[in-house]
Design a protein around this ligand. Structure first.
Ligand SMILES: Cc1cc2nc3c(=O)[nH]c(=O)nc-3n(C[C@H](O)[C@H](O)[C@H](O)COP(=O)(O)O)c2cc1C
Length: 321
């Protein structure tokens, strides 16, 4: 079974500018889910938020917009607006663990309340015509929450369900819970996308454990290891060790990473006019990219204190050379 690889939504990281530049330099990703846009209860949407989601001519990979919200009528209105803009499917966020989101009953805040999910889906599904997928965790406070939710989801013609098997209260800490995932594999009757700590060392063991899964979503590891998707695509299960050992960055690969970085800086400099904000934006990617250049730890540490573009360029020159 061929693997289909998805770029995970990461708010403030995998926006359309990043995706466009990433897809110009790296291959292997088949599909992306955009970071969420929030449903506005009064149906007023910031045009900029919508525009940053629009598939651009340069984006060579299909992008599904993700929506965060709990009001089914406002949600359906936004889906219909996105359909008018040309999108062919949408995703609902039932995984965001941020307290501000959960306290409003959105994101992961849906999961302890299966009745609310049923009511939400009843209304939304009756008002939209394009396919809907769900991205969720395996509970907010307890994995027990997920079982009644699955029974409900199974009753709707959802296009797929993306599962990140962690509890909302655990945010991004601790290991993903693969035992819960084993249970869900037997219960879910919707195509599953596995998400959570997919990396070059975990990929083939996950694949061996979850034989029927062919869709894999990668988030943080793609920022740390931008060649990951193309390396997965170019190896077979029998090359398990090859995939794990391909992470050393060759000179050729470090040139590609540099070109990607320089393109990203140029693309953001067209949008972010304030120098300090531009430098801040670029620095945020080094939080993930630092593992690419372990021998440059000191320079990368130095980046944290930098405020001007000149200094940023000087330090990144040192990192890449
Ligand atoms: C900085 C950051 C922003 C995120 N933004 C979103 C988001 O907008 N929508 C969403 O569904 N998940 C979001 N996530 C969760 C990721 O999509 C993904 O589920 C999670 O990181 C686990 O996958 P990974 O281990 O491959 O990173 C975010 C995660 C991080 C770290």
């Amino acid at each position: 079974m061929d693997n289909s690889l998805y770029m995970a939504p990461m708010l403030a990281f995998t926006d359309s500018t990043f995706r466009e530049v990433y897809f110009r330099h790296f291959s292997g990703i088949d599909r992306a889910i955009s970071p969420f846009i929030v449903v506005s209860e009064n149906s007023f949407y910031k045009k900029k938020a919508i525009q940053s989601l629009l598939p651009s001519l340069h984006e060579s990979v299909p992008v599904e917009p993700q929506i965060l919200g709990k009001d089914p009528l406002a949600f359906a209105a936004l889906v219909n607006l996105l359909e008018e803009e040309g999108f062919q499917s949408v995703n609902v966020n039932m995984g965001c663990p941020a307290s501000a989101v959960v306290n409003k009953g959105r994101g992961c805040g849906f999961l302890p309340y299966p009745d609310r999910i049923k009511e939400f889906l009843d209304i939304v599904m009756s008002k939209i015509t394009i396919p809907l997928s769900v991205k969720m965790r395996t509970g907010l406070n307890s994995h027990n929450e997920i079982y009644p939710v699955i029974q409900i989801l199974n009753a709707y013609p959802l296009s797929e369900v993306i599962i990140h098997p962690r509890l909302g209260v655990n945010k991004y800490n601790g290991p993903v819970d693969l035992d819960v995932m084993d249970d869900l594999m037997a219960l879910i009757r919707i195509p599953i996308v596995f998400n959570g700590d997919v990396s070059r060392t975990s990929f083939y063991s996950l694949k061996r454990r979850f034989r029927s899964v062919s869709r894999w979503m990668i988030g943080r590891e793609l920022l740390k290891d931008p060649f990951l998707a193309q390396d997965i695509k170019s190896t077979q299960e029998r090359d398990f060790n090859v995939l794990s050992s391909m992470n050393a960055i060759s000179t050729e690969r470090s040139i590609i990473i540099r070109e990607f970085h320089d393109d990203l800086l140029e693309a953001f400099s067209r949008i972010i006019k304030r120098e300090e904000a531009l430098v801040g934006k670029m620095k945020s990617y080094w939080y993930y990219m630092d593992s690419l250049f372990p021998e440059r730890k000191w320079d990368i540490e130095n980046l944290k204190r930098i405020l001007t573009l000149d200094d940023y360029k000087k330090v990144t020159d040192r990192i890449f050379n």
